[in-house]
Design a protein around this ligand. Structure first.
Ligand code: SF4
Length: 144
């Protein structure tokens, strides 16, 4: 799944692994940004709606839609004597560990490198090998 907040789109693989592009409405996008900003603590639905200026009915509809898209998950929680939901982003923040070893960080040709250029990640053996090594590591860990 790929999220792009700036362009108001989400790309995700559906059942047949086709890439689907969906436009979000502004409230969904706003909610997702707030939820993602709360990190591992998540956010209570009621707090989210007040931050967004949305009604609880509108907010519930949005959170259900986001959960169906796999962008958030919800857990039931008792707060001030009432049952509600705490919302968590399904996306984990990127860590610096994820780019350690990337050949682009020390590449002498990086200044010339662009997608349609003569030096390009599309044809670069170094980046291809690095990605393959990451995939092999991921396979190793998933089989443990
Ligand atoms: S993609 Fe290849 S050529 Fe481009 S900056 Fe990274 S390592 Fe260098």
């Amino acid at each position: 799944m790929f999220l792009c907040f700036d362009y108001n789109i989400v790309l995700y693989h559906n059942k047949g692994s086709d890439v689907v592009m969906t436009k979000w409405n502004d409230l969904e996008q706003k909610a997702l940004k707030i939820i993602a900003g709360e990190g591992e603590e998540g956010v209570l639905q009621s707090k989210l709606w007040s931050k967004m200026g949305a009604s609880s009915r509108e907010g519930s509809r949005i959170s259900i839609k986001l959960e169906k898209k796999g962008l958030i998950h919800r857990t039931r929680e008792l707060s001030n004597g009432r049952w509600t939901y705490r919302l968590y982003s399904s996306r984990k923040p990127l860590s610096m560990d994820s780019i350690v070893g990337c050949p682009c960080l020390t590449c002498e040709e990086s200044i010339l490198c662009e997608s349609e250029g003569s030096v390009s990640p599309n044809t670069c053996e170094k980046i291809t090998e690095w990605i393959h090594s990451l995939l092999q590591d991921a396979d190793k860990y998933s089989s443990l």
